[in-house]
Design a protein around this ligand. Structure first.
Ligand SMILES: [Cu+2]
Length: 157
């Protein structure tokens, strides 16, 4: 049992080291008329059981599209969230109908706004590493993305 656990930790460290990348550079991926720019995440605080993902989606096409699903290696339960006012308090809410990306516009997922929520983390993202995920759009289809992990307070001003 002990050996199994140590092996699992060693494997996890190897994977993390292998994915280690220089942070801070822009990276983007295209699918159809959509461009997904700089997917990133934050190392969660020690007590947190969830993580968040952010990026910019540019729709250069002439028809609206909709982000309907997201997956990630670090979570089996990935949701699309918005922040909404409820009884005078800002709260996170799942966008069960997906997130519309209007034709010819840009939608930004960022702290305090729309974001991808990685529930019940299987693996905790570590600053300076990266993890894989997918995004599925109603029209453009499914695309693979790589989230670069930044510091726990990244994006807070
Ligand atoms: Cu959320």
């Amino acid at each position: 049992m002990r050996l199994v656990k140590e092996f699992a930790i060693a494997t996890a460290l190897t994977i993390a080291a292998g994915l280690s990348i220089a942070s801070g550079h822009a990276h983007e991926v295209k699918i159809g008329d959509l461009e997904i720019i700089h997917p990133w995440s934050r190392q969660p605080l020690p007590a947190a059981r969830v993580g968040a993902g952010f990026f910019v989606i540019a729709n250069e096409g002439k028809t609206d599209d909709r982000l309907i699903k997201a997956t990630a290696a670090i979570s089996d339960n990935v949701q699309i969230h918005e922040m909404a006012m409820e009884d005078g308090v800002m709260k996170m809410k799942e966008l069960t109908g997906g997130l519309v990306i209007p034709a010819g516009s840009t939608v930004e997922l960022k702290p305090g706004s729309y974001h991808i929520m990685f529930m019940d983390l299987k693996e905790r993202p570590v600053e300076g590493t990266a993890f894989e995920g997918t995004l599925t759009f109603e029209k453009a289809g499914t695309v693979s993305v790589t989230y670069e992990v930044e510091a726990p307070d990244a994006g807070m001003n």
